[in-house]
Design a protein around this ligand. Structure first.
Ligand code: SF4
Length: 162
């Protein structure tokens, strides 16, 4: 789908799954939030389902930054790539998969068909994500699972400025 088609789907959606950090939750790896006025504007009048896949899977706040290693989110879900702590290589793949499953469960439970997700996160990135210390085109682990299950995904950066 084009960006315009996905924006139209967001305008029509009643229930929207949203990365919690974009709503002002201080759930990022560095203990900060990424509250976004363009996201708040786009969600006006809608039912919002906030999710943070990484904290939902038990990774704390703050937590070491994680990158994908060997491929994007689709490759992680297929077992061909991993999620690892940047610098040390400690494996976080299972937590990232679990976080993605929790986000999907939340979408299904509340009937969300559209998601607005934080760009470039190894979980939530939808146009770009961190792989092996570089930002590459592709999805993080949660975005990959939601996309595979038919949700329409917009990144915060694709929304119109307020
Ligand atoms: S980008 Fe996703 S995983 Fe990262 S803090 Fe925001 S909601 Fe949580």
């Amino acid at each position: 789908m084009t960006r315009e088609e996905r924006l139209a789907a967001l305008r029509e959606a009643r229930v929207v799954l949203v990365s919690a950090c974009l709503l002002g939750e201080a759930c990022r790896y560095d203990g900060k939030s990424k509250g976004s006025s363009r996201v708040m504007q786009a969600l006006e009048g809608k039912e919002v389902v906030p999710v943070c896949p990484e904290t939902g899977a038990g990774l704390g706040i703050p937590r070491p930054a994680v990158v994908l290693s060997g491929g994007t989110g689709e490759a992680v879900l297929a077992g061909r790539a991993r999620a690892v702590v940047a610098g040390t290589g400690e494996d976080r793949t299972e937590a990232f998969r679990r976080g993605a499953e929790l986000a999907l469960e939340a979408a299904r439970r509340f009937g969300a068909t559209v998601a607005v997700l934080k760009e470039r996160s190894p979980s939530c990135g939808s146009q770009g994500t961190h792989v092996d210390d570089k930002v590459v085109a592709g999805r993080g682990v949660t975005a990959a699972l939601l996309h595979a299950e038919g949700l329409i995904i917009l990144s915060d950066e694709e929304l119109s400025p307020p």
